[in-house]
Structures are given as structure tokens and as C-alpha cells.
Write a protein that binds this ligand. Structure first.
Ligand SMILES: Cc1ncc(COP(=O)(O)O)c(C=O)c1O
Length: 454
């Protein structure tokens, strides 16, 4: 790669609108990284730098980059059947096989699958289905949604309305009054002097209070990520999901588990809801690791009970996307799941993920590391000015961003989020690579600490 090619890419990139970006900042500095190639756990930028992909693309490249089996499966599929829809009475073998496979992997009676092409669409789809379900049951008022502060559910209008409100600052939400946000299960900042069990009681009481205020007869669903990702890796107290599941079941409110990030091995299991958190929701939404990012694909996996209602005589399913179950995406997912199973990647991640977790927790001795949290290959480091008071540096210090810049200089891509740094690498890390990541993080944090204001 030469410098010219970077300049060429960036000149053309002036026409591209980046996601979640400070567009003016990009205009002024032009500081972007063009990733031109990827293999295994690494990516290469247009300057020829090889970097550890510490964020797994975008929490999605679970089996690693450049897997020949997936690329071949996509190619074979395109050579046989490039495109056909799953509209009306049409289907095709890859979408059918993948739906069957997901039904076998998903817990409980979650046996019916609707394919979309993003996590946002999966979440919108779940809500549209539940609204329709309640209409069919003659409960037209049972439409409101309980979500949580800190949640990230996507960027379509409805998914964004369910996302934590800070993501919509200066933007509108199309669903005013539809979504009620409960308190974040953010122990580090919300629990105060409470024990974990007391904090759990408080969160359960929040949920019960909201149900009392809004009325269960008006609430369709509670949507929750097993571990909040883009909200800053927020891990709820032990027993939280099972408790919330019980409350929702008691009040005839559907539980939607947003497993867009947590499924397909990131927490050591194909799905986290039952295997990690001991509960079976009514709907699981997933995307990202479903194809390891090789193709855009999401799945909304619903219970037989919901399916029975929406498939009654006379009930039309008025929902559809041209690329729902796209053959190439379904083929990619099947090949990806085959790799996950054959190489026992989730099982291995139960061990290496713990090594990763412990390595990052080892950074807690540094003065500005306030909290290291997460599980397996979904980790966050929260930086503070004062560990005792948990006071943070001002936003202008751009602490997370500065540390991410330092890690990138040293060969590691990490994702800054305010005062938090997120790590969600591929699941194929070995101990040597984990050690390397830890070393880069430590050196980068120390380098930034040396230049921080008092
Ligand atoms: C938990 C969760 N849900 C939904 C989404 C939205 O997925 P997509 O970006 O594919 O629309 C994301 C994306 O990061 C996510 O982390």
C-alpha cells in the first residue's frame, strides 16, 4: 500500500456519511482510518499497518476474518441462486435450512424465524409482530414498550426510540410516548451503597412501579440486551434477567432479548438468554455474529405461541423486506454456524474469554481505571479522575478517544465511548494475543495518563 492510495480513498470518502460520527470534525481533520484488508484476528489499514481487531469489526466478526469456508459458501450460493425472495409463497433452500437450524439452537419454544438485514430491523420487526399479535387478541391498547436507560437497539426510528435517549439528542423520535425507559442496571454508578441483591430489588421495584403506572394492559413488551453493549458494557446484577422475566410473565408482557451482540459465542454460548442468564424469553433478536459480519443478516426468533396467533385464519402477515433471508446471507450464516460448531468456538471462548476478562481486570491497578466490567469477549474499561469519588474527566479531555488513538498507534483497534473503552474482539484470540492486547492497553493508558490535566 502506498500513501497515494490512502489519499485517493479519503478523497472519495468525502462523499460517504460515516455512522455515529462527528461529521464536522471529520471535515476539519480528515482523520479516518481506511481498512483495506483483514485476516484472522487482524486488519490492515491503507498505510500497511497491521492492527489487532479489538472490536471484531463491530462486535460481529466472531469466527475471525477471511474464513475460506464462508467465502466459498457465499460464492457457491450465488452461482446456484443469486437471489430470490421469501415473499408470498416463495422460499429457497438456504433460508429454509437456516430457519430450521436457528429453531434447533434457540431455547424453549422459539421456533419461528423472520429474517431481516440488521439488528435494528430485527428489533422493529419484533415490535411490529407483537403489536399485530395484540391486535389479533383484541387488545389494541397493549402496545407500549419498556426499555432501559443505556440500551442500544438500533437506528431505525422505532429501534432508536427504544435506545437510550441520549442517542437521539437533537434528533426526533417517531414514537413519542410509546417507550418507557427504566433505570439502567449500571451498578458502578447507580447502586450507591446498595449490595448487589439490594440493587436487584430496586431495579425490580422500578419495573413493577412502571407497570403499575402504565398498566400491564397497555404494555406489549420489555426489551433488553443480556449485557448492554453500546451503553458502556453494563452488566446487570446476578439474577436480573430471570427476575425481570418472571415479572413480565406475571403481567402478560412479552420479553424480547436483544441478542444482536451476545449470541454466537461472544459470551461462550450460541445464545446467552438461557445458557448464561437462565431464562427463556418470548423473542430473541440476533444479527452480527449470525454471519460473523460476512453478510448483513438478522433474525427475529419468536415463540410458537406468538406464531400461532399471527398465523390464524384471516391474519395477514403484512411485513416484508426484499432481502429477507437473502440466499447469500443465509449461506454465510449456515457456514458460519458450522465453523462455530465444528471448531467448538463458543466452548473455547468459555476459557479464553475468561482469560481475556481477567487480563483486562488486571488493569484495575492503574490510577485512572475506575471499573473493568463485562464478560468473556464483551468488555469495557471505565476511566475516572478519582477512583474514590468516581469523578470523571471533562468531556473535552476526550479520554476514551485519546486512549484509543494510543492503542491504534501500538497496533490495537479499541472503541472509545466517552470515558469508556470497549473491547469486543474476534473469538479466536489465543493467550499470547490476549497478553499482547493487555500490554498495549497498559502502555497506552500510561502514555495518556502522563499528559492529563490535574
Ligand atoms: C444490542 C444491539 N441491538 C441492535 C443493534 C442494531 O444493529 P444494526 O446496527 O445491525 O442495525 C446493535 C448494534 O450495535 C446492538 O448492539
Amino acid at each position: 500500500m502506498n500513501k497515494q492510495s490512502t489519499d485517493d480513498i479519503l478523497a472519495q470518502d468525502a462523499h460517504l456519511i460515516q455512522s455515529f460520527a462527528d461529521l464536522d470534525g471529520l471535515k476539519q481533520q480528515g482523520a479516518r482510518t481506511a481498512i483495506v484488508a483483514a485476516k484472522g484476528a487482524y486488519v490492515t489499514d491503507s498505510e500497511g499497518n497491521e492492527l489487532i481487531d479489538g472490536i471484531g469489526g463491530l462486535w460481529c466478526v466472531n469466527v475471525g476474518h477471511g474464513r475460506r469456508e464462508i467465502i466459498d459458501a457465499i460464492t457457491r450460493q450465488l452461482e446456484t441462486l443469486d437471489y430470490y425472495s421469501t415473499f408470498y409463497n416463495f422460499t429457497h433452500p438456504s433460508a429454509a435450512a437456516l430457519a430450521d437450524k436457528l429453531a434447533s439452537l434457540a431455547p424453549g419454544n422459539l421456533n419461528r424465524v423472520y429474517f431481516g438485514n440488521s439488528g435494528s430491523v430485527a428489533n422493529d420487526t419484533a415490535i411490529r409482530i407483537l403489536h399485530h399479535y395484540n391486535n389479533r387478541l383484541g387488545r389494541p391498547n397493549k402496545k407500549k414498550i419498556l426499555s432501559r436507560i443505556g440500551a442500544y437497539h438500533g437506528s431505525t426510528h422505532l429501534a432508536m426510540a427504544m435506545t437510550t435517549p441520549v442517542y437521539s439528542e437533537g434528533w426526533d423520535t417517531a414514537a413519542d410516548g410509546l417507550v418507557h425507559h427504566l433505570r439502567a442496571p449500571y451498578g458502578y454508578r447507580e447502586a450507591g451503597e446498595m449490595t448487589e441483591a439490594e440493587f436487584l430489588d430496586a431495579l425490580a421495584e422500578d419495573m413493577l412501579g412502571a407497570i403499575r403506572d402504565i398498566g400491564a394492559e397497555n404494555i406489549a413488551a420489555f426489551i433488553a440486551e443480556p449485557i448492554m453493549g453500546a451503553g458502556g458494557i453494563l452488566v446487570a446484577p446476578d439474577g436480573y434477567h430471570a427476575r425481570m422475566r418472571q415479572i413480565t410473565a406475571d403481567h402478560d408482557i412479552k420479553y424480547i432479548a436483544d441478542e444482536v451482540v451476545t449470541a454466537f459465542g461472544r459470551l461462550g454460548h450460541m445464545f446467552a438468554s438461557e445458557d448464561v442468564f437462565g431464562m427463556v424469553p418470548d423473542i430473541i433478536n440476533t444479527a452480527k455474529g449470525l454471519t460473523s459480519g460476512y453478510q448483513p443478516l438478522s433474525a427475529t426468533i419468536i415463540s410458537d405461541e406468538i406464531y400461532e396467533v399471527i398465523s390464524e385464519p384471516g391474519a395477514m402477515f403484512l411485513h416484508g423486506m426484499t432481502y429477507s433471508g437473502h440466499p447469500a446471507a443465509a449461506a454465510a450464516a449456515l457456514a458460519n454456524i458450522d465453523i462455530l460448531e465444528r471448531e467448538e468456538i463458543p466452548q473455547k471462548a468459555q476459557i479464553t474469554g475468561k482469560v481475556f476478562e481477567n487480563a483486562l481486570r488486571g488493569l484495575s491497578d492503574l490510577d485512572i481505571v475506575g471499573d473493568v466490567r463485562g464478560s468473556h469477549f464483551m468488555m469495557g474499561i471505565e476511566f475516572v479522575k478519582n477512583k474514590d469519588t468516581k469523578e470523571t474527566y471533562a468531556d473535552e479531555v476526550k479520554l476514551g478517544q485519546r486512549i484509543a488513538q494510543e492503542t491504534q498507534k501500538r497496533g490495537l483497534i479499541a472503541r472509545p465511548l466517552g470515558n469508556i473503552l470497549i473491547l469486543s474482539p474476534t473469538l479466536i484470540m489465543d493467550e499470547a494475543m490476549i497478553g499482547e492486547i493487555e500490554g498495549i492497553l497498559r502502555d497506552s493508558i500510561l502514555a495518556v495518563m502522563a499528559g492529563l490535566p490535574d
